[in-house]
Design a protein around this ligand. Structure first.
Ligand SMILES: [Fe+2]
Length: 312
């Protein structure tokens, strides 16, 4: 297990009738949430009539799922997840369906419920709705690194080129065959040795232009500083593929920033079983993907959702 600079986080440990929160087996900052099978079975049974089209067409139905899961699991489940995601020392957890189902429609419902306990989902222009399912396989003709299996997907945050906030990120594994490698690579900003040097550099506050690629279906340009503060803590917005430097000095700083992130020994590769999902605070966690080992039969499907924090 990768060591973070702090001791293992344990302030959100909990044991209740419907759920348990304890250590994540692969990262000292993350928690793993275990839901009781009876609560999950009751959830999928209660919402058996909901399908993904209904969730796509009727935004309040997404919150209906979240409310239903919170009721069935009970004992402050919503508040517990929200507290973890807002906690600067952690900001992330994994949770899964415990083998109760392997139906992709159920996975969409479960991911939607967990995400909407944290807050409303954002529109995902790549898919045209609030979630995106995407497959990584042996061959790919896309225009970004997202679906290119054998490339390292460098550390980044999501939502850089849209003008709404992207506070949280959820990734759920739907299917995996003939896949070796390809783990999620994660870096908590406070574990990055060079954070202060880059965050306090004059270009750290410079508003770079972000543009996206045709597959993202977003025509706009947005201006975003790389570093910003929430409370008194530095947060980051960065992805190498969409940031547009205007000078050699800009490009040099961005290249050094990415190289420093990639070289950080605090970056951890986290396995994610099929049917499990991870939620991360997108302001102080960076994510990427290790390359897969070459295999013509490679097939992996993930779902992503991104959103804002609920305003309470
Ligand atoms: Fe991403």
């Amino acid at each position: 297990m990768q060591q973070s600079r702090l001791a293992r986080q344990n302030r959100h440990y909990a044991e209740h009738a419907g759920y348990r929160i304890d250590a994540h087996p692969h990262h000292a900052r993350l928690y793993h949430v275990t839901l009781k099978a009876e609560a999950l079975e009751a959830f999928f049974s209660r919402f058996a009539q909901f399908n993904s089209q209904h969730l796509e067409y009727v935004p309040y139905a997404r919150f209906t799922l979240a409310q239903g899961l919170a009721e069935l699991v009970g004992d402050g489940f919503l508040a517990a997840l929200s507290a973890i995601v807002h906690d600067r020392d952690s900001g992330g957890f994994t949770v899964g369906v415990e083998g109760v189902t392997n139906d992709p429609q159920d996975y969409v419902k479960f991911g939607t419920a967990i995400g909407h306990l944290i807050g409303p989902g954002n529109f995902d222009a790549m898919s045209g709705t609030y979630y995106a399912r995407f497959v990584v396989k042996d061959s790919d003709a896309s225009d970004s690194y997202l679906r290119q299996a054998y490339r390292l997907f460098t550390l980044h945050t999501d939502g850089t080129f849209v003008d709404e906030a992207t506070d949280w990120l959820l990734m759920m594994k739907f299917e995996e065959r003939s896949a070796a490698g390809g783990e999620s690579r994660l870096l908590h900003l406070d574990d990055w040795e060079d954070l202060a040097a880059f965050a306090e550099h004059p270009l750290g506050a410079y508003a770079f232009t972000y543009t996206s690629l045709p597959s993202k279906n977003v025509a706009q340009e947005v201006l975003r500083p790389t570093f910003f503060k929430v409370g008194d803590k530095p947060c980051i917005c960065f992805i190498d593929q969409f940031v547009c430097p205007e000078t050699i000095a800009h490009a040099d700083w961005l290249a050094r920033l990415s190289a420093s992130l990639e070289a950080s020994p605090a970056t951890a590769a986290i396995p994610l079983p099929v049917g499990d999902l991870i939620v991360l605070n997108n302001s102080f966690w960076m994510h990427g993907r290790a390359p897969f080992e070459r295999n013509p039969e490679l097939h992996r499907e993930l779902m992503r959702q991104r959103g804002r924090f609920a305003q309470v």
